[in-house]
Design a protein around this ligand. Sequence first.
Ligand SMILES: [Zn+2]
Length: 132
Amino acid sequence: MRRRYLLLFPLIAARAAELGAGTIRGWLTAGDQPLVVTSDGRRIPVDGDEQVRGVLRDKRVIGSDFEVVGQMGANGVFMAAPIHENPLFVHKGGKRLYVTYWCDVCAIRTRTPGVCWCCQEETELDLRERKD
Ligand SMILES: [Zn+2]
């Protein structure tokens, strides 16, 4: 009996970590509803504000080892924190990198894909160790 509890404990702890404020990590998967597929095979729908949604649908980010900071909703959808709290990361080469976008022409950094508000050129994905 005791042994069974020990086996269950890590699973329960993992669940608890996802309720309330927390973080999820896994492979970002494309679709009408973006998903994070965790290493233990769970498929967690993710959503957020408009700028977060922009990143979740960015082909340059889809398929990466992705981390979202936010909160598990009662509907089972993990809601990312607002974009200004920098809730999105890509893990690469053992590093946790902020997802940012950069306009080389204007030296302007943004947090969501799209055209630069200054020169209207397409911004480039720029994963960095610092958020600014
Ligand atoms: Zn620009």
